[in-house]
Design a protein. Structure first.
Length: 186
């Protein structure tokens, strides 16, 4: 298969204008690199493929946010690394939910299992007391690893407002976790 001779910048501009072949050329150009980067983070073939595929979908959706089209590779590989890390986190959380009691650590004890369940339930309760905007900001920032400005763009809010929502959300969560005896130092 012949590689597209056009540069990344030109392909990004064409893809933004709706030329699907241009984005397909970017996928072809960076598919192997995306997989290798994802594999270095996830450690498994299946998760690396999932992360790479998800990264291309995110890149297509956010192509207008690529400020320097000629530097598409760096922008895109940042997405790959972030999506890979997020996938590893999600899989770790899912594995924790699915493991039988006592299989969560090298030193399995009923007390440790109870603590984990209590902490998970406490975090869910703390998230439930937040407004929808606060919850979304916390999830995007603290779980997904987005930057304040990225969240601001996604939610259509000033970055300062995003920081304020994050501050007050964490404060409310700390109060809720303290009530349950789950906050550090409580």
């Amino acid at each position: 298969m012949k590689t597209d001779p056009r540069g990344d910048g030109e392909l990004v501009r064409l893809a933004r204008d709706g030329v699907t072949e241009a984005f397909s050329a970017l996928v072809e150009r960076y598919q192997r690199t995306a997989y290798v980067v994802a594999l270095s983070v996830t450690g498994t073939h299946e998760e690396a493929e999932d992360a790479a595929q998800e990264s291309f979908m995110v890149a297509l959706q956010k192509l207008d946010e690529c400020r320097k089209p000629d530097r598409f590779a760096g922008w895109f590989l940042t997405i790959v690394r972030n999506r890979s890390r997020n996938l590893v986190r999600r899989e770790a959380l899912r594995a924790t939910d699915e493991l039988p009691p006592g299989a969560r650590s090298r030193d399995p004890t009923p007390d440790r299992f109870a603590e984990t369940v209590e902490l998970r339930d406490g975090l869910r309760a703390a998230l439930d007391i937040l407004t929808e905007v606060q919850k979304e900001v916390v999830v995007l920032h603290d779980i997904e690893g987005w930057k304040h400005r990225e969240i601001a763009v996604k939610l259509g809010l000033p970055a300062g407002t995003v920081r304020s929502h994050l501050h007050f959300a964490r404060k409310h969560m700390r109060v809720e976790l303290t009530k349950r005896g789950l906050a550090p130092g409580s």
